[in-house]
Design a protein around this ligand. Structure first.
Ligand SMILES: NC(=O)c1ccc[n+]([C@@H]2O[C@H](COP(=O)([O-])OP(=O)(O)OC[C@H]3O[C@@H](n4cnc5c(N)ncnc54)[C@H](OP(=O)(O)O)[C@@H]3O)[C@@H](O)[C@H]2O)c1
Length: 343
């Protein structure tokens, strides 16, 4: 365990900070909760007291070493957080006490989010709209950003038919809501009664959503005449996804899937495209655009489905549950008591 003093610049005192970290790539149970090296903010960074951290599949890929990104070990795990500003550079326009968020920690050599205190580059630090609950908000960021940038990449247009497989998942629930916001006709699938009911409740007078119980139909029959095909589960074979597409339709690929025999002749004769997207390669500007859209959507009522909280010292358990497929909704980690701020 590494014991290092954290210099909290806002307070001018020295104190320890606790975090969930790994010392090298490895399994979920290698995550430790303890003291980590000083995350003291640089000239263009904001120091925050962490209020809520999302747990996403990508966090497990970074931890295990399967994501192609630069990492400095020991690594504090976690990418997205909501925090309260402790200290910020003047040019950021932020002040102590402001609530902010980021979706950019824990990869490309940036320290991660699951720590009592964290630092965020000002360009990757966004204000949280007033009145939002940090836990509810942090649960949306990864999915919303993926949905916004993935759908922008394939150019979703009002009136187009968007198909979302796994409509209750972290990404799927956001693709559905972003698609509705974009004026798409949405078909979404789920495989349990609670999620089907949640999806049906998203319906309103203007926007159209058809909800399909995926237990009742074979994968190939889930949708047809689709303009944008977004399979968040990675379970629909590429040939089936392409067969469901309309003329000029696009398949968005964001998760591992079976490529089987992709019918290239049919693909070009029907003007179709396969669009790959990975959030970890999004630019700062793309992320800032997505953050502004996410803030608007949050203020208008967009939410994740079935948010459950655990404490940050349970990060190893959270990763284990996610990898075992035991999470149906979103997991969010909150600080255990007492925090560095309380001590
Ligand atoms: N390319 C990118 O930039 C990017 C960004 C974000 C995520 N991803 C990837 O996208 C995938 C989804 O992420 P997520 O955060 O949405 O995960 P998630 O919250 O775990 O959701 C997974 C979804 O898949 C459904 N599902 C799982 N197994 C299924 C099965 N056997 N049959 C039918 N549906 C099944 C789940 O349904 P239940 O709710 O019923 O379990 C849920 O709707 C992950 O592989 C993640 O790594 C990629």
């Amino acid at each position: 365990m590494i014991n290092t003093l954290l210099r909290v610049r806002s307070g001018g005192c020295n104190r320890l900070v606790r975090a969930a970290f790994v010392t090298g790539p490895g399994p979920a149970d290698a995550i430790r909760w303890g003291d980590v090296p000083d995350p003291a903010p640089g000239a263009d960074q904001v120091l925050v007291r962490t209020l809520a951290v999302a747990v996403d599949h990508v966090d497990t890929y970074v931890r295990s070493g399967s994501l192609d990104t630069s990492v400095t070990w020991p690594l504090v795990v976690g990418r997205d957080l909501v925090g309260e500003v402790r200290a910020a550079p003047e040019h950021s326009g932020l002040a102590a006490g402001d609530l902010v968020w980021t979706s950019s920690l824990g990869y490309e050599n940036r320290p991660g989010a699951t720590a009592e205190l964290a630092v965020i580059e000002t360009a990757r630090c966004y204000r949280l709209p007033d009145g939002l609950d940090p836990v509810e908000a942090v649960a949306t960021f990864h999915g919303a950003t993926t949905a916004l940038l993935g759908l922008r990449r394939c150019g979703i247009a009002p009136g187009e038919h968007l198909f979302v497989h796994g409509g209750g998942g972290g990404v799927g629930a956001m693709v559905v809501q972003v698609g509705l916001d974009a004026g798409a006709r949405v078909t979404a699938t789920a495989r349990d009664d609670e999620t089907l009911a949640w999806l049906r409740d998203l319906r309103d007078g203007v926007r159209v959503i058809e909800v399909v119980d995926s237990r009742e139909r074979p994968q190939a029959g889930l949708a047809h005449d689709v303009d944008v095909h977004f399979d968040t589960t990675g379970r629909i074979a590429m040939s089936e996804a392409l067969a469901a597409l309309a003329h000029r339709g696009r398949v968005v690929v964001t998760a591992r899937r079976d490529t089987d025999g992709v019918p290239l002749r049919a693909l070009y004769l029907r003007d179709q495209s396969i669009v790959g997207f990975v959030l970890s390669r999004a630019t700062c500007d793309e992320l800032a655009w997505a953050a502004a859209q996410t803030n608007r959507l949050l203020a208008e009522g967009t939410r994740a489905r079935a948010v459950r909280t655990m404490t940050m010292d349970q990060a190893a358990r959270a990763h284990t549950m996610l990898e075992a497929g035991e999470v149906h909704g979103k997991l969010v980690l909150v600080p255990p008591r007492p925090t560095a701020a309380d001590r």
